[in-house]
Structures are given as C-alpha cells and as structure tokens.
Ligand binder design. Structure first.
Ligand code: SF4
Length: 103
C-alpha cells in the first residue's frame, strides 16, 4: 500500500500532463478519512522492475524499505514480505541472522 499526499498527487499529475481529477480517478483510492493510496498492486508505474516516474515517486517509495526509521520490529511482517525481491532487505536480514547465530 503506497500512501499518496495531495502535494505528491499534484506533482505527478502535472508531470503526466493529466488533470488532477482524471489522475485521481485512474490511480487513486480514497479512504473515508480522506487518506489516499495507489489503487493497484503492483504499482501501475512499475514497468520491467523499474519505476517509470522515478523523479516523481512518492515519499513512501523514497523511504522504502525504511530501515532508517524507528519501529522496525512493528514493521517486521511487512518487511519480510519483501525479503525475496528487495536486495536491501535480503542483505539486512541475512546479516541479522549471522549476528544472531554467532552470539
Ligand atoms: S517507486 Fe515508482 S513504481 Fe515503485 S511503487 Fe513507487 S511510484 Fe510505483
């Protein structure tokens, strides 16, 4: 699930030369609390394992896999879901396993 802010949606819709209302209809799902997320998994902008809007990607994409943020243990399940496809997560988990087994 990729959260999208109003600013990010404005920026990307401008880049795509698409009116914001059309952009929202095509790519965004809105929650009852007004929160916006991308409406497709995998992301519509992913093509051949590359982000087609890299310069305009969302904050959540920029932070992924968020190993630098506090609360890692609370995100463990989500993190491990990407173990097989994200080399950063793979390498960190493998290093953690080595350190745990060496103790
Ligand atoms: S990095 Fe690009 S392709 Fe990946 S989720 Fe974000 S916007 Fe989509």
């Amino acid at each position: 699930m990729i959260n999208v802010s109003e600013t990010e949606a404005d920026r990307l819709s401008d880049h795509l030369n698409q009116p914001r209302i059309d952009f929202d209809k095509q790519y965004i799902e809105k929650g009852s609390n007004g929160m916006m997320i991308m409406n497709a998994v995998p992301c519509t902008f992913l093509n051949e394992n590359k982000c087609t809007v890299y310069e305009y990607r969302f904050e959540g994409c920029r932070e992924f896999p968020a190993m630098h943020l506090p609360g890692f243990s609370k995100r463990l399940f989500t993190t491990l879901m990407h173990y097989g496809r994200c080399p950063i997560i793979f390498n960190i988990v493998e290093e953690m396993k080595k350190q745990i087994l060496d103790v």
